[in-house]
Ligand binder design. Structure first.
Ligand SMILES: NC(=O)c1ccc[n+]([C@@H]2O[C@H](COP(=O)([O-])OP(=O)(O)OC[C@H]3O[C@@H](n4cnc5c(N)ncnc54)[C@H](O)[C@@H]3O)[C@@H](O)[C@H]2O)c1
Length: 269
């Protein structure tokens, strides 16, 4: 049992986050920086300006931050991003967050093979390869680590028009369990966060697509679901997710592994 200061424990430790340029990834990156970690943000080239903005914020907390562009559809680019992280920030990779994900909103009968493949390559293959690349580095270092992935309430119950997305998030749950079993021996805890309706560009996209399918106005799909489903009475902020990640990474979460933990204001009830 450990009662060490979470900030002190994090100092000198590096956290790697995919999709950290905006939304939940950004909130996790800035929160882990405030907790004392140095941060490596992996995102796609189109996010360059946003990533620079996150780096500026992190530096204002007195922590180091770097950008290592990676497209998680390409396993080689994930391994290169981890290698660059360690080269530039030191061989102290302690946290890896496979956060990058996409959602495409369509009835199943309209899903093309290309549409499904893209979602699987990012949400499943990108997620699994990020976990394995990070774990290899952590095992090499020999000091354990914390590995997190982006699940969803859709990891437990899928929705119409989000079929492939829900299937990819079920996969997150399965892989999280398997990795936790295999890597406990190395002092690596593996968990996933499972948010509900979070106010990010992703949900703006879902809202716009549902508006077309349901023939309602933009903003209505989100407003209806927030009011109907979220028991705590407000939309989830990315920082709500970052709080759970901060806890799981810290020693406070020392007895938790293999879990996909819902943080959704009761919307899954
Ligand atoms: N927003 C929600 O309500 C919600 C709910 C449950 C789960 N999630 C999950 O949380 C994660 C983050 O969601 P968000 O709402 O912040 O999404 P977002 O769309 O706002 O941000 C996603 C980030 O991932 C990056 N990304 C996309 N494709 C990439 C690729 N191929 N390689 C590297 N980076 C890539 C994007 O550039 C972006 O910075 C996702 O995995 C999502 O499925 C979101």
């Amino acid at each position: 049992m450990s009662f060490a200061s979470p900030v002190k424990a994090a100092l000198g430790r590096v956290a790697f986050i995919t999709g950290g340029g905006q939304g939940i990834g950004r909130a996790i990156a800035t929160r882990l920086a405030r907790d004392g970690h140095d941060i490596s943000i992996a995102d796609i080239p189109g996010q360059k300006e946003k990533v620079q903005d996150v780096i500026k914020e992190i530096e204002s907390y007195g922590r180091k931050a770097i950008s290592v562009f990676a497209d998680v559809r390409d396993a080689k680019s994930i391994y290169a991003a981890i290698e660059e992280t360690v080269d530039r920030l030191g061989p102290n990779l302690f946290v890896s967050v496979a956060n990058a994900g996409v959602t495409q909103v369509k009835p199943l009968l309209e899903c093309t093979p290309e549409f499904i493949e893209n979602e699987v390559r990012i949400n499943v293959l990108g997620f699994m390869n990020t976990h394995i690349a990070a774990a290899r580095q952590m095992v090499k270092q020999g000091h354990g680590g914390r590995i997190l992935g982006a699940g969803s309430i859709a990891s437990y119950r899928t929705a119409e028009n989000l079929g492939p997305y829900g299937a990819t998030k079920f996969a997150v749950r399965g892989f999280t369990e398997a990795a936790a079993k295999e890597w406990a021996q190395y002092g690596i805890r593996v968990n996933a966060y499972a948010p509900g309706i979070v106010d990010t560009p992703m949900w703006d996209h879902i809202d716009r697509e549902l508006a077309k399918i349901e023939d309602i106005s933009i903003g209505a799909a989100k407003a209806i679901r927030v009011q109907r489903d979220i028991k705590l009475g407000r939309i989830q902020e990315p920082e709500d997710v970052a709080k759970l990640v901060s806890f799981l990474v810290s020693d406070e979460g020392e007895y938790i592994t293999g879990q996909t933990i819902k943080t959704c204001g009761g919307s899954s009830l």
